[in-house]
Design a binder for this molecule. Structure first.
Ligand code: HEC
Length: 269
């Protein structure tokens, strides 16, 4: 009996750890902008601390992310381990809508999400093939993706006219500038201990506005990052939802085990 209770306690512990994990990764929506003290700093000076704050249990966000990915990224990037139909099922997009809005007319819902861009063209244009993004959220992490998509800046010395704080000298053009607008990087000169001077990034300055406000753009990026997080591990939304039931089951089970223990021991005491 005692072993049973210990077992229950152990299971309970791991169940709680499971949900605690889910909770700690849960959204701190708008975290980037609303961190204490962030307002006072110049835009972008704290970019290294920006967080995605996405939530894979937010289905509406995943749906928007899927749409936006297919519109803005799929021209260059594939998701070769993911089928349109699986997205439809997981994100509860009815087949008619999936077919109408997400599956290109030349493709079937059961096809994998490839990019229409021929590899040879990609290499000729960008010097390298844009990577498949199926596992990118797992490889680099969601915060990285968020920062990558929010720290493009104008840099005439680059072939694409743009550079990036997260991935300096990136070959990816600033494809979202119409939405975000254009920003430039302001550098400051600091003296090193050996007396030489060095240029370090200080903050961003908007030079042209886009069709979205900064907050709208943040949310737009967060949706795409959320979608890529889901694509990297499609089962995670289900798994997290299951965690709650596991804990509930264990609580009930512990209670039953306790009653049983009382019953067995009542003649002894
Ligand atoms: C015009 C083509 C093009 C479009 C459109 C495009 N990308 Fe890229 N992307 C590239 C290229 C080229 C690279 C390779 C960059 C490098 O390695 O420097 C890249 C690299 C990346 C990387 C990998 C960065 C790394 O650390 O290696 C991510 C993530 C990414 N893109 C996300 C996106 C997302 C999300 C979208 C849609 C909003 C998008 N891209 C749209 C061309 C594109």
């Amino acid at each position: 009996m005692r072993a049973m209770i210990t077992l229950a306690a152990l299971l309970l512990g791991s169940g709680l750890a499971l949900t605690a994990n889910a909770a700690s990764e849960a959204p701190a929506a708008g975290a980037a902008a609303s961190e204490p003290g962030a307002q006072a700093e110049a835009f972008g000076s704290d970019w290294e601390r920006w967080r995605a704050g996405n939530s894979v249990s937010d289905r509406a966000s995943l749906q928007r992310g899927a749409r936006d990915f297919l519109n803005y990224c799929n021209g260059c990037h594939s998701l070769k381990y993911m089928r349109y139909s699986r997205i439809g099922q997981d994100l509860r997009i009815p087949p008619e809508l999936l077919q109408k809005y997400l599956v290109p007319s030349t493709r079937k819902p059961t096809d994998y999400i490839e990019t229409p861009m021929p590899e040879a063209d990609a290499v000729a244009w960008f010097g390298k093939q844009p990577p498949d993004l199926s596992l990118m959220a797992r490889a680099r992490g969601t915060d990285y993706l968020y920062r990558f998509l929010t720290t493009f800046y104008v840099d005439p010395s680059r072939p694409t006219g743009a550079n990036n704080m997260q991935l300096p000298t990136t070959a990816m053009p600033d494809v979202l500038s119409e939405l975000e607008g254009l920003k430039r990087a302001v550098f400051k000169t600091v003296a090193r201990s050996d007396g030489t001077k060095e240029q370090v990034f200080d903050h961003f300055e908007m030079v042209a506005s886009g069709s979205m406000t900064r907050e709208q753009y943040d949310n737009f990026v967060r949706d795409i990052v959320n979608f890529l997080d889901y694509v990297g591990e499609p089962a995670q939304a289900h798994r997290r939802a299951l965690g709650v039931w596991v804990v509930l089951f264990l609580l009930v089970f512990t209670w039953l085990a306790y009653l049983l223990k009382k019953e067995y021991w009542k003649d002894v005491h």
